[in-house]
Design a protein around this ligand. Structure first.
Ligand SMILES: Cc1cc2nc3c(=O)[nH]c(=O)nc-3n(C[C@H](O)[C@H](O)[C@H](O)COP(=O)(O)OP(=O)(O)OC[C@H]3O[C@@H](n4cnc5c(N)ncnc54)[C@H](O)[C@@H]3O)c2cc1C
Length: 516
């Protein structure tokens, strides 16, 4: 079996793992990162899209609130291209406890979370669809953060410093010698034979899979998993992040992300990271709570639903009434101290907003373990936006206009304005194994038709250039089934008609199987 070696082996290509690889690479360490799927296939691609101001945690988790406020400012500086500065509002609706607003504002002051009270009339001028019966409104530094863009930029920075990011590579065993983890056995999921990687330090940054990966070394991490469901509305009803001014609870936020508004979220205990099916009550609740903020919400089309899983650390001594009362702060476990097993660090929890801080603290620990003195550079190093063209409607419309002047723009996805040229450029990167990778890279198939017309065209392009390991039928089956999973919980009205049309195209015309 071939063997590679490195100083730091990171398992997990979400924001946390890539942040750690980036920080370590900037300090001159040799790093290999392994991700079992595509970038952003885990929680980092299944979140609200909120760059937290910290406002959501000032009363329930002040430590996380302070971390978010600090990191918000840093990320705006180092990766502005991934952030849309939407601003955020906390509003008191008639359904919210009126005395909470003053308590919340005081807590913002204590946590250094900038918040400024504005009048309800000013809030309504900014967001005319808001509930006109709001009694208080506060402006905060919330924004929306495109994680697909961020993760591509991190990957390119890691690779450009000579380190490796291997997608579609799964860790199937941890190698242990003399009371320490010394590496991992790796299974390439696209093609190739299993191999081993020896490392001075192995970092387990696998989000909700953390306990499963630690179990490969015989360790037990007491994790509770919480599923959060989200709904994308097909239009941007609001352009500012809107939060309810009350203690964090289900369905209390709307985030504008690219072309949609995301409603979130729930918190349901689940027993595995794969348990992401969505219950009808979650949809009812999110839409009903959303209407408290935007009374006309039911007139808009819900486009798609999905769920992400939070890993919540709950050792026996922590008493918790429910998942929401467990800390949303991050945890770094040095298993040498915790379990007398050297060479392995697990890092999980926190927010996408705090990924850089988590990375800095983890690599500080790695450096101490390796006897290296080298400070983190990430807070001051701009992250170059990935070379791939990520979603920007104006940029895409401009490029289509110029293509139209010279001939046919060759659109594959009309809803999200994705051309064949953009797909071919994405394929050149070599990381595309399935159609869903193009969706995460380019938003192909994310628009109102949910892939009905673009997926088979893109499958044809994949087959034409021989990209990915799937046949066009397999590619279509996988893509259409995944889309269908997100549409099924919303199967009424326009969405139901869309699903019927999609069924006609895929099953009746193209004879592709679709399961959900
Ligand atoms: C519903 C929901 C909404 C959220 N909203 C927000 C928000 O608005 N703002 C915010 O800041 N934070 C938000 N968060 C939190 C945020 O999404 C997470 O903190 C962050 O994405 C975690 O990133 P991660 O890298 O730790 O985990 P992940 O993104 O889950 O990455 C772990 C990776 O490990 C890989 N992996 C697992 N096992 C293996 C293996 N054996 N071999 C190789 N790879 C493996 C997985 O494929 C996965 O890609 C939200 C979380 C949830 C659940």
């Amino acid at each position: 079996m071939p063997t590679l070696s490195t100083q730091v082996l990171v398992i997990g290509g979400g924001a946390t793992g890539l942040g750690i690889a980036w920080d370590a690479a900037l300090r001159g360490l040799k790093v290999i990162l392994l991700e079992q799927g595509d970038l952003a296939q885990g929680t980092s691609g299944r979140y609200h899209g909120l760059l937290h101001s910290g406002g959501r945690y000032v009363t329930s988790d002040p430590h996380s609130a302070r971390d978010c406020a600090r990191e918000n400012a840093i990320l705006r500086r180092i990766i502005p291209a991934a952030i849309e500065d939407t601003g955020g509002l906390f509003v008191s609706t008639p359904a919210d406890p009126p005395q909470f607003a003053d308590r919340w504002l005081e807590a913002c002051g204590r946590c250094n979370v900038p918040a400024q009270e504005i009048t309800p009339a000013q809030a309504l001028r900014r967001e005319p669809m808001l509930n006109p019966r709001i009694s208080r409104a506060f402006y905060v530094n919330d924004a929306s953060l495109n994680s697909f863009h961020l993760l591509h930029a991190l990957t390119e920075s890691v690779r450009s410093s000579g380190c490796q990011v291997l997608l579609w590579h799964q860790v199937v065993a941890l190698l242990i010698a003399r009371q320490a983890v010394v590496g991992a056995r790796v299974r390439p999921l696209a093609q190739g034979e299993e191999f081993s990687i020896l490392a001075d330090v192995v970092v387990n940054a696998t989000g909700p899979w953390t306990a499963a990966v630690a179990a490969l070394a015989g360790l037990h991490i007491p994790l509770t998993l919480g599923k959060g469901t989200l709904i994308a509305m097909a239009s941007r009803v609001v352009n500012t992040v809107i939060n309810r001014c009350k203690p964090p609870s289900d369905g209390d936020i709307i985030v504008p992300v690219d072309t949609v508004n995301v409603l979130g979220t729930t918190d349901v205990p689940v027993s595995s990271p794969e348990q992401r099916s969505i219950e009808p009550w979650e949809i009812d609740l999110l839409l009903a709570e959303g209407e408290i903020l935007i009374p006309s919400l039911s007139q808009y089309r819900p486009l798609r639903a999905w769920a992400g899983i939070r890993p919540l650390y709950r050792p026996q001594e922590v008493e918790a009434i429910n998942n929401r009362s467990i800390t949303r702060g991050h945890i770094i476990l040095d298993h040498a101290e915790n379990d007398s097993l050297g060479g392995l660090i697990s890092v999980f929890g926190g927010k996408l907003t705090t990924f850089r801080l988590m990375a800095e603290q983890t690599v500080d620990l790695i450096c101490r373990r390796l006897g290296i003195r080298s400070p983190s550079l990430t807070a001051e190093t701009p992250l170059q936006p990935g070379h791939r063209r990520h979603y920007s409607l104006p940029a895409r419309l401009t490029s289509i206009e110029s293509a139209r002047a010279t001939g046919h723009p060759d659109l594959l996805c009309e809803c999200e304005v994705v051309s064949k040229g953009e797909v071919l450029t994405a394929l050149q990167g070599g990381d595309v194994a399935e159609l869903a990778d193009l969706m995460r890279d380019l938003r192909l198939g994310m628009g109102p038709c949910q892939g009905t017309f673009c997926a088979y065209r893109a499958a044809a392009v994949l087959a034409e250039v021989g990209a990915g390991a799937q046949t066009p039928q397999q590619a279509l089956h996988a893509f259409a089934s995944e889309r269908s999973r997100g549409l099924s919980p919303l199967a009424w009205g326009t969405t139901l008609r869309q699903m019927a049309l999609q069924h006609r195209v895929y099953v009746d015309l193209l004879h592709a199987e679709v399961t959900d």
